[in-house]
Design a protein around this ligand. Structure first.
Ligand code: R5P
Length: 311
């Protein structure tokens, strides 16, 4: 029996590319809002006994997209699906993995509880904080797009480049890129002042005279990348800056912020829909091949091995 692929509303292009890579046609479904704003979904194809894959990155606004995914999962479960896998290339709330103050919730734990309540398995990519896996009571297969991004960077990076983490949290990611690209790595020390502002406390590693490749898991407001790039240029880096990230959240204002940095190249994946980025030389690395390979291996009960994130 062929698997069934159902897409949520946010990323039809990724659903179509994944369906294509697996030789499937996305299942018909409707997603509508009743006059009072209530969500209503219908999966139009029979799923009884089927291995179902629901595709929905938790792009902004993540709460609405999570609820849609849960409704689709509930619909499939009640219609008798044998196994439901939530394909969530971008897992929102992963930055809320610990309480910084009394009175805060544990955002990613709640998202994990909700997903675990309706899906049998979750597939995600470059989750911020690998420890998030521990919050899920169903298996979370944590895939990585680092090799695919590194391949794209390798086509444009000069030989004397340095891979730079824009904060300590990205240091292992930068080292992983460095190993794949045969380049040294360095780290910018960032402190977050608010949701939209950061400050830099220094840089560790040899960066002067080198072309920086700044790598992060996500770009939201662009504040982290902007601070890192400006610091690196002040520290004597060459101005051919490449920036790479798995998740282009790119909230309003981020594209302009990045365009002002005159980047040589921005490399992102299509884990989220990529908005128009005027003035930015952008390369979008498709995730469908990685997700399709993971799904094929799950169905054939083969190990995911090198597809999985290790840092
Ligand atoms: C933080 O630890 C993350 O890895 C990113 O560096 C951060 O969330 C990016 O956000 P923004 O683009 O708003 O600085």
């Amino acid at each position: 029996m062929k698997p069934i692929l159902v897409g949520g509303s946010i990323h039809p292009a990724l659903t179509a590319a994944l369906a294509d890579a697996l030789g499937l046609t996305p299942a018909a479904r409707t997603l509508e809002r009743f006059p009072d704003g209530e969500l209503h979904v219908t999966v139009k194809e029979p799923v009884r006994g089927a291995d179902v894959y629901l595709v929905q990155p938790l792009a902004p606004p993540p709460d609405a997209h999570l609820l849609e995914l849960l409704f689709l999962a509930d619909a499939c479960r009640r219609a008798g699906a044998a196994r439901i896998t939530a394909v969530v290339p971008y897992l929102a709330w992963a930055r809320q993995d610990r309480r910084r103050a009394d009175g805060e919730p544990l955002g990613v734990r709640l998202a994990a509880d909700l997903l675990s309540a309706r899906a049998d398995r979750v597939l995600s990519v470059d989750v911020h904080g690998a420890a998030a896996e521990g919050f899920f009571s169903v298996p979370l297969d944590h895939l990585t797009a680092i090799p695919a991004l590194a391949e794209a960077i390798a086509r444009v990076a000069p030989r004397d480049a340095v891979v730079v983490a824009p904060d300590l949290g990205a240091a292992k990611r930068a080292e992983a890129f460095g190993r794949l690209l045969g380049l040294p790595s360095a780290c910018v020390h960032k402190a977050r002042l608010s949701a939209r502002e950061v400050a830099v406390r220094g840089v560790s590693g040899e960066v002067a005279g080198r072309a920086p490749i700044v790598v992060d898991d996500m770009i939201s407001t662009g504040a982290t990348i902007e601070a890192a790039v400006r610091t690196l240029l002040e520290a004597g880096c060459r101005p051919e800056v490449v920036v790479a990230a798995t998740h282009p959240l790119l909230v309003p204002g981020a594209a302009e912020r990045l365009a002002a940095l005159s980047l040589a190249r921005l490399v992102v994946t299509d884990a989220l829909p990529v908005p128009a980025l005027p003035g930015l030389a952008t390369e979008v690395v498709p995730l469908a091949p990685l997700l399709a390979e993971a799904i094929r291996r799950l169905r054939e009960e083969r190990p995911l091995a090198e597809l999985l994130a290790t840092s």
